[in-house]
Design a protein. Structure first.
Length: 306
């Protein structure tokens, strides 16, 4: 185990720890002094867990999740890149979530700032020869996963075109929030926006409600969404605040009962314990000329609801 302190009982409290999961893939645990923690796997660069100071899990993970690469784990925050959705020859939601990422530095720099108690790790995804045959673009995808002293989870993506021709991509941080029951959840910040409805052949509609509640399957891409969105869990008296930059859209998804039964790596009733609200750039793919770099920032905070 590689940790910030390499000896003694500090390891249990090390702000940045690296262990191996059951498949031998690196698993990074970030902790802060208040007791919040985040786990991110090099499988997919996927955040698998985010816990508050009481050790309560804030992200959903299916009891039937298939955690063997290359399949992505159902839950946490899979990164959908270089496409959201399933078009052309790429797999659904692109390949990034199915790949084994690497540490940006070797050996990995275990970042912890003593002054502000921020702990973070920098991951990197670059295409292999085989990847280039499927998606012939040279890029470097740098992902910083950061836990702040007050327990906010930040995901900062920097994607650079290091090739000789322009390419476009869409991206989503497919965030599975853990909720008490989908019937207790409302989402605020998307009212009056247009959305593309995946349940109606991506037709464009306008959100009429002044808040989003859930009584059936929902699968929408809200366009031009604000940089702050609230997810309220009435039962748990918990509010998730989503702040995003460079991510103009918001995906909202719950499979509901029928679709959940058809998802092999999701329990039949588990749809009631999660809502996906994803910071994304989907409607207008991002274009990068050679040498250009795009940055997208997502910050999640979990607050007790008043
Ligand atoms: O809008 C979200 C969505 O595209 C849904 O249509 C559903 O497919 C969901 O993503 C999950 O996709 P996945 O490939 O993770 O099963």
């Amino acid at each position: 185990m590689n940790s910030f302190w390499s000896e003694g009982d500090h390891d249990t409290k090390a702000p940045v720890k690296i262990t191996k999961d059951k498949n031998g893939v690196d698993l990074v645990t970030l902790q802060n002094q208040r007791g919040f923690s985040v786990q991110v796997s090099l499988h997919g660069g996927q955040v698998l867990s985010w816990k508050n100071e009481r050790g309560e899990e804030l992200l959903f993970r299916s009891s039937k999740a298939n955690s063997k690469p290359p399949a992505a784990v159902r839950g946490g925050i899979p990164i959908c890149f270089p496409q959201f959705g399933n078009r052309g020859c790429l797999e659904q939601h692109g390949f990034a979530r199915n790949k084994i990422w690497e540490f940006e530095n070797n050996p990995p720099l275990l970042h912890h700032n003593n002054r502000n108690d921020n702990a973070f790790i920098d991951l990197l995804l670059k295409p292999t020869e085989e990847d280039m045959r499927i998606w012939p673009h040279s890029y470097e995808f740098r992902l910083r996963v950061l836990l702040t002293s007050d327990g906010a989870l930040k995901l900062i993506s920097r994607i650079r075109n290091i090739g000789s021709k322009e390419f476009s991509f869409s991206i989503a941080y497919h965030t599975y929030f853990l909720v008490s029951d989908i019937g207790e959840v409302r989402v605020e910040g998307l009212e009056t926006l247009d959305y593309l409805d995946n349940l109606h052949h991506k037709q464009r509609f306008t959100e009429q409600g002044d808040t989003l509640t859930f009584e059936s399957e929902v699968d929408r891409v809200y366009i031009g969404s604000p940089h702050i969105i609230g997810v309220f869990d009435h039962e748990k008296r918990r509010t998730f605040i989503i702040r995003k930059e460079g991510l103009p859209d918001a995906v909202v998804w719950n499979p509901w009962e029928k679709k959940a039964k058809a998802i092999t790596d999701m329990g039949d009733e588990e749809y009631r314990q999660t809502i996906c609200v994803d910071g994304a750039a989907v409607e207008k793919p991002i274009k990068l000329k050679p040498g250009e770099e795009w940055t997208g920032r997502l910050e999640l905070t979990a607050l007790p609801s008043i």
